[in-house]
Design a protein around this ligand. Structure first.
Ligand SMILES: [Zn+2]
Length: 426
């Protein structure tokens, strides 16, 4: 894990939040390459779960919502973790994560466990009173449920259909840990898929397939993924079936994504509390029903981490140890790097720039690199997972061929400049 965290920082993927002021626990900043990687994963999710389907609609709801939403959803009353405080050093821990009954830091006695609500509270407007309380949303799902009627009225979808959303969510974790795995601010990718009650199993199985094939398409090592059928005691009370997709992280087997059958709990609850009719009228039978819901829920930051863990590879090239990220081409932040063999030969630099500019138009994630020697450049590109490097040398000036290097094999081919684009696109 240390190797991945250090590579992530060294190469501009993930930095500690507010680092120059000593950091802010549970927050992380995505650097130049992290943004590219994260956006590639996000876009792939959006394409698979929303854009490529004719039964899905997109949504981008506000983070701040009327506090009644969270009262209705049960978050104000119940969204809490057990917190215990050490009577000696006053450190706070999550009760369910402690193995002993003493303080793990100083061995002091622990006080009785208290419920700690994980929602970040804030005030909307100039007055700090009960009525102006709002929360940074602890999940994106409620934004979808409260817009159910708006989507039905504006789009007239037929069941089954779903609404997908990507957005930030916030949880005031007592003990954030394990890099971006458990942080206080994170991004979710969620679908609420509305179905007739009798059909839920069929659609549950369909989304399970979609999740599995998507995970594999972004390069998550499927040998490390395990499906856990969550038992009735461990499920949310309204859920009739939940599967956790767990992943073998370096710090243990932990929940990566979830798939839940939430029945009609959320819509019924909001219908009752808001007084609005959150129903669907069957266009054939004119029957009014409250649809049931299947929810595939994915954490983007956990996806990024699982992709990095899956891609991290070490081997030896020549006599030298090498680190590289075996990222799928679609997910890699940089697709192609173009180098002049020597940076102090203007004719090589000019030729390389020309090739770079042509490629950049076709493949936007192309970079030009003339820093350091060629070995250093290869090492840098391997570490960020660039699938291909192109080197322009003195032969290029003679016969218009370049060296095309493959990241995974470190093998090099001599290719005609006019054929490069075709090769890269295949
Ligand atoms: Zn203590």
């Amino acid at each position: 894990m240390e190797k991945i965290i250090s590579l992530a920082k060294r190469r501009g993927f993930v930095f500690q939040g507010s680092e120059i002021y000593g950091g802010l626990s549970g927050t992380w900043d995505y650097g130049p390459l992290g943004v590219l990687l994260k956006n590639n994963i996000k876009n792939s999710w959006w394409d698979t779960f929303v854009k490529s389907r004719d039964d899905m609609y997109g949504l981008d709801a506000a983070i701040l919502m009327n506090q009644e939403v969270w009262q209705a959803s049960g978050h104000v009353g119940n969204f809490s973790d057990p917190m215990v405080e050490c009577s000696k050093c006053k450190k706070r821990f999550r009760g369910d994560q402690l193995e002993e009954s003493k303080c793990p830091d100083c061995g002091g006695e622990l006080e009785e466990s208290k419920d700690f609500n994980m929602m970040f509270e804030t005030y909307v407007g100039p007055f700090k009173d009960e009525d102006s309380i709002s929360y940074l949303r602890p999940e994106t799902a409620q934004g979808i449920f409260v817009n159910f009627k708006n989507v039905v009225d504006s789009m007239q979808p037929r069941l089954p259909f779903g609404i997908g959303q990507i957005g930030k969510a916030f949880r005031n974790e007592i003990a954030p840990r394990d890099f971006v795995f458990r942080s206080r601010e994170f991004e979710q990718m969620e679908v609420e898929y509305f179905v007739k009650e009798t059909d839920w199993q069929k659609h549950f199985d369909m989304w399970k397939e979609v999740m599995n094939s998507w995970m594999s398409s972004v390069g998550i090592d499927m040998d490390k993924v395990h499906e856990l059928d969550v038992s009735e005691e461990d499920r949310a009370h309204y859920s009739k079936k939940t599967i956790d997709f767990e992943f073998d992280f370096p710090f243990g087997r932990k929940e990566l994504f979830g798939l839940a059958y939430r029945t009609d709990y959320d819509l019924s609850k909001h219908m009752k509390e808001s007084g609005e009719k959150l129903e669907y009228i069957d266009p054939d039978t004119h029957e009014k029903i409250v649809p049931h819901v299947i929810e595939p829920s994915l954490g983007l930051d956990r996806a990024v981490l699982a992709v990095l863990v899956s891609a991290y590879s070490e081997d030896e090239v020549g006599e030298e140890k090498r680190v590289f990220l075996k990222l799928p081409k679609e997910i890699a932040p940089v697709k192609v790097a173009v180098f002049p063999l020597l940076k102090n030969k203007p004719e090589l630099v000019e030729k390389a720039r020309g090739i770079y500019e042509i490629l950049k138009k076709e493949i936007p994630d192309t970079v030009f690199d003339s820093n350091g020697n060629i070995g250093k450049r290869y090492r840098r590109q391997d570490e960020i997972g660039t699938p291909h490097c192109i080197t322009v040398d003195f032969d290029t000036l003679e016969d218009d061929t370049v060296t095309l290097r493959d990241r995974d094999t470190a093998g090099q081919d001599r290719v005609k400049v006019e054929d490069v684009l075709l090769k890269l696109k295949n």
